[in-house]
Design a protein around this ligand. Sequence first.
Ligand SMILES: C[S@@+](CC[C@H](N)C(=O)[O-])C[C@H]1O[C@@H](n2cnc3c(N)ncnc32)[C@H](O)[C@@H]1O
Length: 327
Amino acid sequence: MHIGANVTQPIIEPFPIVMSTYLEPGWIERFAELWEKLGPETKTAIIDLLGEDWSFDDKRALDFGCGAGRTLKHFRREAERAELWGVDIDAMSIDLLQQTVCPPFHVIRADYMPPLELDADSFDLIWSISVFTHLTDSSIPWLLELHRLLKPGAILIATFMGRWTSELLAGEPWDEDRVGMNVLRHNHPASDGAPLVLISDWWLREHWGRAFDVIHIEPNIHNQSWAVLAKRADDVSIEDIERPGPDPREYLALRHNLRQVQRELEAAQQAGREEVHAERRRGEETLAAAIEAERRVYEQSLSWRLTQPLRAAAKAARDYRERRRPR
Ligand SMILES: C[S@@+](CC[C@H](N)C(=O)[O-])C[C@H]1O[C@@H](n2cnc3c(N)ncnc32)[C@H](O)[C@@H]1O
C-alpha cells in the first residue's frame, strides 16, 4: 500500500473566507456552508490516502462522527459492494441518515462515551474526520474503541488540528514544543463549535502510537492534519495511552495548556463584567425613556394645557419678586 503517496494536491485553496472572521458572530453558519461543499473532496482525500491497492470489495468500513453524512453519502457507489456504517452522537443527524440513505448505509447513534454495539475486530477501515478535533475527556476512550472495532492491521484515518489554525483558534503562532493535546474552550457546546483540541505530530506519535502504527501523517488537507494508522493487536488501556512519555515537551505542553485555560477564564470573567455593566446601562436607559414618555403624556394632557396660563403667571410673579429682592 502506498499510503499518502498520491494525495490529490491541492485539495482546496486555503479557506476563501478571511480566517480571522471565523470565530466572530455568525462564523458557524459560514463555516458549515463551506464545510458541506468539501464533502466530495474529503472522500477523494480518504481514497487517495488508502492508496492504489485499496479496494472496497467486501469490506466493512465506518465513518465515526459522520454528522449528517457530509462525507459518507458520497460513498453510495462503494456501499453497493462494501458494508458502510456511520456513527454519530447527534440524534437528528442519525435520524436524517436513517430516513434518506439507509439502505445501503447502516447508521447508529453513539453516546458520549464508548462502547458501540458493534463487534470487535470487525472493520477493515474507519475514518473520523474532524472529530478528535473536538473530543476532550472522551478522546482516548474513543480512540481505543475504534482500535477494538478494527481488525488487526486494519486502517484508521483520523484528522487532528492545530498546526494550520493555531493563530485563529488559540490566538497565537504555532509552536510544536508547547502543544501536546491542548484543549481550548472546554465548555463550549456543539452549537458553538464545541471544544477545540490542538494536537501536535510528536504527541500523536508518542501516545496514539502505543496502540497503532503511525503509517503516515498528511500535513494539510482542509487545514487539518490527517493521520493514517494501522491497528497493532496489542491490548492497550486508556492509562497506557495517556501516561506522559519521557519527552520534556510533555510538561511544557501541559504547562502551556494551563496558561491557555487561564487566559480563557480571564477573558470570560472580563466578558461577564462587561455584560453586567451593559445590562445596568440598558436598565437605566429603559427607565429614563419610560419617565420621559410619562412626562410627555402628562404635558400633553388637557388639565396640564388648561393650567398652563396659571403656571406662566406664577412664574412671572416669582421672577418679579426675585428682581425686586434687595441685593
Ligand atoms: C465537526 S463535526 C464533523 C462531522 C463529520 N465527520 C464531517 O466531517 O462533516 C464533529 C462530529 O463529531 C460528532 N461527535 C461528537 N462526539 C461524538 C461521540 N461521542 N460519538 C460520535 N460522534 C460524536 C458530532 O456530533 C459531529 O457530527
